[in-house]
Design a protein around this ligand. Structure first.
Ligand SMILES: Cc1cc2nc3c(=O)[nH]c(=O)nc-3n(C[C@H](O)[C@H](O)[C@H](O)COP(=O)(O)OP(=O)(O)OC[C@H]3O[C@@H](n4cnc5c(N)ncnc54)[C@H](O)[C@@H]3O)c2cc1C
Length: 470
């Protein structure tokens, strides 16, 4: 359809106010770009960006979009790493940045937050109440609570220890794709059983509605103790995780690893001595300091019985900050210093080692690009393996970058199908449509398409993601 930019600007300004509509090319470009390595195309760049003040305005924007059959892409902070943040169909980007309220109700055992609140701001607001925000992406300074719950990613948190963010959501306010505002869930701490819409919206990645406000349980922040362990090879860390689950130990709330190469990069970046191989870092949690010390001592004993070259409890905050930052620095390196193609492999826990070896093998032998570097790190206790094909230049034709993206996607999907994984983070629908068909069959995929169609008959919200477009 043809869009008259002036008319569009006027109509949107009538809903959200002129100061909250942008149709200038630089702003449109900023909202189209994400960290995916291939170039933007015309259909990714929106006609307009809007910042509505609340659910009523969002409802009006969506009603207008339905009338004009214009796609609307929801934007939290756009930090998603694997294509979710890039609009796939030219239309309107709806930014949740103005949904900023935070209300904490200790006497009711929950807090409420607007979808656009940044995780770090929310964590700070919860700190005086000694409450934990159970979501830990490296992007927490800018990632929004709405985006994180829409993806349902816990990031660093080990699912078996802390669960997913959605497990803490008691209810929410959302705007349906056709513009109606709904409230879901409960104000009680007793979560609803049975059919209930909160569960449908959590993790729906903006396909079924715009989450505008969340009500989440206040969880007492635990005490933590940190450990670091050094290994000759990454495989030794994988065996340690398999043994941890195999022996029925309580998993730590964080259990991260850096393979040999990322440990070298990360440790150099933070000024630590080069490790002799791969590194694992863990945070254990317990109610009080004594329980925590006891848990850490037992976990250290377990680590020392395994193949670790050395393992110790980190006593000082400075040492932990350095070790923990090395993990973020390894991530910064791969995303900033070249072209990076990430995979997410979440195998059955007893198949970690095979899955890791197969991930490494396919990345080192890509058909679409000769001999990239293999780098891996991730939330191994969860268990998640992120294997990256890293090419130390950005100067590669966009078609080649797309071909590598698709090959990495297809081959990691095959490993997840083989070893029973399905993707525990990152928000993958845009990348996962083919996987959903492969793993669960056409009937399953069609069920999701039907749900989407029932709620969004004109396919307004986040068009292209469920279709698996780039
Ligand atoms: C340095 C770094 C580290 C990261 N680490 C991790 C990690 O460890 N694990 C991990 O999983 N991710 C990680 N991420 C990715 C990202 O930070 C998370 O996925 C985050 O949860 C997304 O938040 P956002 O506000 O940027 O959402 P966006 O990227 O803006 O949106 C995510 C998806 O949700 C939709 N959406 C956004 N807001 C709403 C809403 N209010 N209602 C409905 N739908 C909505 C969007 O349309 C999109 O489909 C990392 C990113 C960076 C840059």
């Amino acid at each position: 359809m043809s869009v008259n930019p002036k008319k569009l600007h006027k109509a949107l300004a009538g809903i959200v106010g002129g100061a909250n509509v942008f149709t200038d090319p630089p702003t449109n470009l900023v909202y189209a770009k994400d960290v995916m390595p291939y170039d933007l195309e015309e259909h990714n760049i929106p006609y307009a960006v809007v910042r509505p003040a609340g659910s009523a305005e969002i409802g009006e924007v969506l009603k207008y979009a339905n009338q004009c059959e214009l796609p609307v892409h929801i934007h939290g902070s756009g930090t998603s790493l694997v294509g979710l943040a890039r609009p796939k169909a030219k239309g309107i980007v709806l930014d949740t940045a103005r949904l900023q309220e935070i209300e904490i109700f200790p006497e009711r055992g929950y807090f409420e937050a607007g979808a656009g609140v940044h995780l770090a701001k929310l964590r700070k607001a919860l700190a005086p109440h000694k409450a934990l925000l159970p979501i830990f992406p490296g992007s927490e300074l800018v990632a929004t609570i709405g985006g994180s719950v829409a993806v349902n990613t816990s990031a660093h948190a080990v699912d078996a220890a802390l669960g997913k963010p959605g497990d803490y959501v008691l209810g929410l306010e959302a705007v349906l794709p056709t513009g109606e505002v709904i409230q879901t869930g409960t104000h009680s701490l007793r979560k609803p059983a049975g059919v209930e819409a909160t569960k449908l919206l959590v993790g729906s990645e903006g396909l079924l509605g715009v989450i505008t406000k969340l009500r989440m349980r206040l969880v007492p922040a635990p005490h933590t103790a940190n450990l670091v362990a050094y290994y000759r090879r990454t495989e030794d860390i994988l065996r340690t995780v398999m043994a941890m689950y195999g022996q029925g130990l309580n998993p730590p709330m964080f259990f991260e690893y850096l393979d040999e190469e990322s440990a070298r990069i990360g440790f150099e970046a933070v000024g630590l001595h080069q490790p002799r191989g791969a590194v694992a870092m863990m945070s254990l949690h317990a109610e009080g300091p004594a329980g925590c010390r006891e848990k850490a001592a037992r976990f250290l004993e377990f680590l020392r019985q395994g193949p670790a070259l050395e393992a110790h409890i980190v006593e000082g905050a400075a040492e932990w900050d350095q070790v923990w930052s090395s993990r973020a620095e390894a991530g910064n390196y791969v995303y900033r210093r070249g072209s990076t193609f990430g995979s997410e492999v979440t195998p059955r826990v007893d198949k970690l080692e095979e899955a890791f070896q197969e991930t490494r093998a396919f990345i080192l032998n890509l058909e679409s690009y000769p001999s990239p570097q293999f780098i891996s790190f991730g939330h191994i206790g969860a268990p998640t393996i992120h294997g990256y094909a890293f090419i130390p230049t950005k100067d590669i034709p966009s078609e080649v970058k797309k071909a590598i993206t698709l090959e990495v996607r297809e081959k990691s999907e095959a490993i997840n199908v083989k070893y029973g994984g399905c993707g525990g983070e990152w928000g993958l629908t845009a990348q996962r449509a083919s996987f959903l068909r492969l793993r669960y069959g056409q009937a399953y995929y069609q069920m999701l398409v039907n749900i989407k169609k029932a709620l969004d008959p004109k396919n307004i919200l986040n068009r292209g993601n469920l279709e698996g477009l780039l």
